[in-house]
Design a protein around this ligand. Structure first.
Ligand code: UDP
Length: 354
């Protein structure tokens, strides 16, 4: 059997690494064709993940990135459709919630190729997020929906998706953390940045609702500044350019570094005191390392983290951010919220079931 994996953005490389490895270990007879849409193309947003995580090199790179959502999605559908016609995969595997996810699902479903969606069922209930539109559309055309959490399963059932298509497998990102934490390595740091006392806060910012709104972006940096904490910020290229456009100066307590590879990110997560982020994946990884997380958004898809007290929604409110980051609370461990580290194996078995 042939499976076509479609990826294009940083978190998808990490998720696909888990499933690719599981194909190799449990179903080496399945031929996996990897298609990189080109959505993320900087070396430190793409190549480094293939090198560090031993992901097989993509069989195809479509080189589509840098355009608007509509331009990218349209060009991806066109190219993916013709590749699917040539390669004739038995399944198409898509991940998460990007334009690559939706384009892959749409192209496949119109060719009557079954689609499996990894990380299905997540909802922020905020339709202004491009990710939310991608998730909803992908879930409604997918044939097999791999949900990481019970709340994901409920969301799908509430939207009328047949329970028969839904499989709760746990979260591939938990599998990734368990596997790669043994290889975690300290990143190169700028002169003067000492992380040896484990007292720093790891921060990431890249969500469009923050980067594309100068007021929110300004408030976030103000909150980071008033926290007075040592903050390490591996900065997404989009955020860097938006910060420059908005004329925001980085506060002195914020150490801005280039995006790091996953193994370095895992080291930072394992060694920080707490996390501040607007990322989906980093919120969960904070929990995997039992670090409190302040989420700089108005809502989250990962409700169980908020309910268990590990995640606090602080929006783009400078005072809330400043207070949350200077506090120091670690609730009781809430158990295995994201499966037990076997999501990749379960996905492979279900997709390659004859
Ligand atoms: N990540 C990384 N290097 C960085 C920042 C993030 O390897 O400099 C990893 C992070 O550990 C997580 C994933 O990228 O596994 C999350 O991706 P991102 O925040 O871009 O997307 P989201 O999860 O919000 O979709």
């Amino acid at each position: 059997m042939k499976v076509m994996t479609i990826i294009g953005a940083r978190p998808q490389f990490i998720k696909a690494a888990v499933v690719s490895r599981a194909f190799g270990e449990h179903r080496p007879d399945v031929q996996e064709i990897i298609v990189h849409t080109g959505q993320h193309y900087d070396a430190n947003m793409s190549d480094v993940f293939f090198e560090e995580l031993d992901i097989p090199r993509p069989d195809y790179n479509l080189g589509i990135g840098g355009g608007t959502h509509g331009q990218n999605t349209g060009r991806m559908i066109e190219k993916l459709e013709s590749l699917m016609i040539t390669e004739k995969p038995g399944w198409v595997l898509v991940y998460g919630d990007t334009d690559s996810t939706m384009a892959g699902a749409l192209a496949a479903s119109k060719l009557h190729i079954p689609v499996a969606h990894v990380e299905a069922g997540l909802r922020s209930f905020n339709r202004r997020m491009p990710e939310e539109i991608n998730r909803i559309l992908t879930d409604h055309i997918a044939d097999l929906l791999f949900v990481p959490t019970e709340s994901g399963r409920k969301n799908l059932i509430n939207e009328g998706i047949s329970e028969e298509k839904v499989r709760m497998v746990g979260d591939v990102m938990y599998d990734a953390t368990l596997f790669y934490r043994k290889r975690a390595r300290k990143p190169d740091l700028p002169n003067g940045l000492d992380l040896s006392d484990n007292s720093f806060i790891l921060c990431t910012i890249h969500r469009a609702e923050n980067t594309d709104d100068p007021e929110r972006l300004k408030n976030i940096f103000e909150g980071l500044e008033i926290s007075g904490q040592k903050i390490v910020l591996p900065l997404h290229p989009r955020t860097r350019s938006k910060v420059a456009d908005s004329g925001i100066a980085f506060p002195d307590n914020v150490w801005v570094i280039d995006p790091v590879g996953y193994l370095e990110m895992v080291w930072l997560e394992a060694n920080c005191r707490s996390v501040a982020t607007d990322s989906g994946g980093v919120q969960k990884e904070a929990y995997f390392f039992q670090k409190p997380c302040s989420t700089m958004r108005d809502e989250t898809e990962w409700l169980e983290l908020v309910e268990s007290g590990w995640n606090t929604l602080v929006g783009a409110n400078a005072t809330k951010i400043g207070n949350a980051l200077s506090g120091n609370s670690s609730p009781a461990y809430a158990g295995f919220l994201y499966g037990e580290g076997h999501a990749g194996k379960k996905i492979v078995e279900l997709v390659s079931h004859d």
